[in-house]
Design a protein around this ligand. Sequence first.
Ligand SMILES: [Zn+2]
Length: 408
Amino acid sequence: MEHQILAARWVFPIEGPPLERAVVEIEDSRIAAVYQGTHPQAVDLGNTALIPGLVNAHTHLEFSQLEAPLGPTRPFTEWIRSIMQSRFNCSIPASQRIQQGIEESLTSGTTCLGEIATSSESLQLLSADDRKPSAVVFRECLGFTPDRIQDQQQIAAEYLQLGTDLELGDAVGLGLSPHAPYSVNPDLYLNLVQQARDQGVPTAVHLAETEDELEFLSQKSGPFVDLLSELGLWDPQILRDGMRLYDYLVPLAELTSALAVHGNYFGDAEMEFLKQAPQISVVYCPRTHHYFGHRPHPWYRLISQGINVALGTDSRASNPDLSLWKELQFLRDTFPEVSTGLILECGTLAGARALELSDELGSLAVGKRADLALIQLPEYSAPDSGSDLLLDSRAYVSRVMLNGVWIN
Ligand SMILES: [Zn+2]
C-alpha cells in the first residue's frame, strides 16, 4: 500500500476553512488524513496550495481544436450559424479534438468533467484508462421537427445501452442532454427527460441562455424563428402554448440530478422553483457569459437562496481555453466582494454535487479520491492569508494528481 505525505503552505479542504502549513496524507488512491501541522516524513511542496481537482461541469470537448472563440456573438443565432459552419468544415477527427480537450483540461487542474457529446467517442476516450478525468458524459440530442423525435430517442437509448456494454468504471457516468428549447421539439424534450428518469441518469439542458430564447418561447418570434425558418424547420404549431421557460425546468425536478446550463436570464418564477428543487443545479459559465455580453448573471443570488451553482467553461467556441482555474480567477477579479472560499467551492464541491459525485470527489475529505491540483502561489514577503493568495492572477496550476498519482 503506497502512503504519501504532502505538506503545503496552504491546504483548502473546502469543507472547512483553509489550513496554513498543513499536511495531506494519501493512501493508495484515497485521502487518508488532512491536518494543520507538519510530519517528519512529509514531502515539502513549498510555497504552494493544495486544492481538490477542479470540476468543469459544462464543456463540449469536440470543439477543443479551436484556437479562438467563434463570432459574431450578436445576435446569438449568428454564433449558432458559425458553430454549424465550423462543425461542417472541420477535417480533424473528433477523437483527436476530444483528446486535445482532455489533455488541456487535466493540465489546467480539472479532474472531473460534465461533457456534452454528439458521438460515443468522448465516452470511449474518457473510460479508456485511469489517467483521465472522471466524467459524466451527456449525449446531446437535437431535433425540432416531429419527424426527428423517434430517431433521437433511439440514439439516446442506444447510448445508454452502450454505457452498459462498455462496463464503465465508477469514474465515468452517463447522462442525456436535450440541447435547448429552440433546438429540441417539446415532446422530444419531455420524452428524453422521462427516459433519463427511467434509467436513473442525469440530464443537462441549455436553458435561459439568451433574451432571444425567452422571446422565442413566449412570443414565437425573434432570431430563433428566423434561423429555424431558414433551415426549413419552423412551424409555429410545434411550440406548445404554455410551454414557457418555467415549464422546461419543472420536469427536471423529477430526476435524481439535472443541470440547467447557463440560466443567464432566469427570472423570479424560475428562481422560486429552483429553491425547492435541490436536484437541479445551475451551471454558470463565467467567461462565456462575459464573451456574449449578457446582463449580470444571478449566480450569487442563486447561491444566497440555497441553489447549487456549479461552474463550466463551455467550449472553445465561446472561450479562449478550457481552464476552470481561469474561470475562478475571472470571478475573483470580477466579484471582489465574494469570498475566495465560495468561488473555490463553486469550482469543486458544487460541481461534484451537480454531477452526483460529491461522495467521491470535490473536497479534501478522508475517504475521497485523491484528485488534487497543486497551485504555485506568488512570492509575497508579507504573511498574507491563503484566501488572499490563492486566486491571485500570478498563482497557477503547477501539478495535478489523479487517483493518488501525479500526472505531470
Ligand atoms: Zn454548452
